[in-house]
Design a protein around this ligand. Structure first.
Ligand SMILES: Nc1nc2c(c(=O)[nH]1)N[C@H]1C(S)=C(S)[C@@H](COP(=O)(O)O)O[C@H]1N2
Ligand SMILES: [Mo]
Length: 419
């Protein structure tokens, strides 16, 4: 299956225009129609449209109603302590729209009145402080894009292919632009004592969720964020305040952030927070595995986005690394015999999702599609086999193994594993 360059693609489209008709299907892919498409006067050509502010806060077209977060009901006992998944196969570029960011809550979405919200910094500091939201908005602020991935993303796939759709296998990730105060400034204001080494950020949800974060990371690039993609955080994402911990596992990004205690040792050892560890074959556990290793996923085609047309097609996907920028993404259509380098499209940013594309020709033959990310440190995304050789089968967290999609003759696509 030779790749089609941009020129070749254009040529194909032009001859399609000459020989038959080029019609934009809903998927946006150019296809040859057998007979010319019908052009008629539609309702929307003849009536006045909606007035301005019919939707004071805009919502997507009614024809996009299928583009939603979804859950898997059997995963958890209750839907308050559960997860919903980002519809990766419906998105493009590298930004996740706010309303489609996956959610992970331990005790549901807290609804907080911002004027009543406080952030306290206490523990090993010279001046314990309490900030209002207004106080925080008077501090110097930064804007940065970052992906957030739950450590459990792809966790259901540790023992084998299970869920049919990249939304479910890889949808515990989102990438938005955050606006907020570098945590460093707040810690400077409080005056961190010299023996301080750890922070314990805590949420105002009924779980009072807390995690241990090394002080070093906090001073490096953590942000106390109040905006995402330019507007206030959504309640699901921690309104009015959340911690941003770029490149590190999602559970440290405490939402509804109300307190940061400064200490000299990790809270992991004292409280229940040890469950985010990776159980190895010999019964030992890996812990403090916070950095999200490089990973990638082909979002189109995928089980929820099968191939509809023969001939020219666009393969699309996402790659990311908690260690920096994505350097390269390789794609195979034949189960790893041949690899091609995909095009990285749009800004390639530090600790962000990165969009990749690969145009290809499809004549109806079965394909085994995989993508492999390489980050700027030279780290190469492992196969699932390689991952299991090191970590065994007991883990849930940190599965960044290469995913395989089997495209069948009819274009339908399923989640499989090849050795
Ligand atoms: N207060 C609080 N913060 C929290 C959680 C929570 O349940 N409560 N869940 C954590 C987990 S496990 C993840 S993966 C991320 C999910 O962030 P999101 O809901 O914005 O996707 O939030 C983290 N922060
Ligand atoms: Mo998580």
């Amino acid at each position: 299956m030779p790749s089609t360059g941009r020129r070749g693609f254009l040529k194909g489209s032009l001859s399609a225009l000459g020989g038959g008709t080029l019609l934009a299907a809903s998927s946006g892919k150019p296809v040859l129609a057998k007979s010319p498409p019908e052009i008629k006067i539609e309702d929307w050509n003849t009536y006045l449209g909606d007035a301005v502010v019919t939707n004071p806060y805009g919502v997507p077209s009614e024809h996009e109603a299928h583009v939603v977060r979804r859950n898997v009901e059997w995963l958890t006992a209750s839907q308050e302590s559960s997860v919903s998944f980002t519809p990766l196969h419906e998105l493009d570029g590298f930004i996740t729209p706010n309303g489609l960011c996956f959610e992970r809550h331990h005790s549901g979405v807290a609804h907080i009145e911002p004027s009543a919200h406080r952030l306290m910094i206490n523990g090993l500091v010279d001046n314990p402080l309490i900030f209002t939201m207004e106080d925080l908005k008077r501090f110097p602020r930064v804007n940065r894009f970052a992906f957030l991935e739950c450590a459990a993303n792809s966790g259901m796939e540790w023992r084998g292919a299970q869920l049919n759709g990249c939304q479910f296998t890889h949808g515990m990730v989102h990438c938005v632009q955050y606006t907020g105060v570098p945590l460093k400034y707040l810690l400077e204001e409080a005056g961190v004592k010299t023996n301080a080494k750890w922070l314990m950020p805590e949420g105002a949800d009924s779980a009072g969720m807390n995690r241990s974060v090394p002080l070093e990371k906090a001073l490096e690039d953590c942000i106390v964020a109040y905006k995402m993609n330019g507007e206030a955080l959504r309640p699901e994402q921690g309104y009015p305040l959340r911690l941003v911990v770029p490149g590190w596992e999602g559970n440290m990004w405490v939402k509804w952030l109300r307190r940061i205690e400064v200490g000299d040792q990790p809270w992991h050892t004292r409280e229940e927070t040890s469950k985010y560890t990776d159980l190895m074959e010999d019964g030992s556990s890996r812990r403090f595995t916070w950095i999200m290793d490089a990973k990638s996923i082909v979002t189109n085609p995928s089980p929820q986005a099968p191939l509809l047309h023969k001939g020219h097609n666009m393969l699309s996907g996402l790659a990311w690394s908690g260690r920096g920028k994505i350097k390269r993404v390789d794609v195979t259509l034949d189960g790893g015999k041949n690899w091609r380098t995909a095009e990285l499209s749009g800004p390639v940013l530090d600790k962000c999702l990165t969009r990749f594309y690969l145009p290809f020709q499809w004549q109806g033959d079965p394909m085994l599609i995989q993508s492999r990310a390489i980050d700027e440190t030279g780290y190469i995304q492992p196969t699932k086999k390689e991952l299991r050789q090191v970590r065994g089968l007991n883990s849930i967290y940190h599965n960044n193994g290469i995913q395989t999609w089997h495209v069948m003759k009819n274009g339908e696509t399923e989640n499989v594993e090849i050795s």
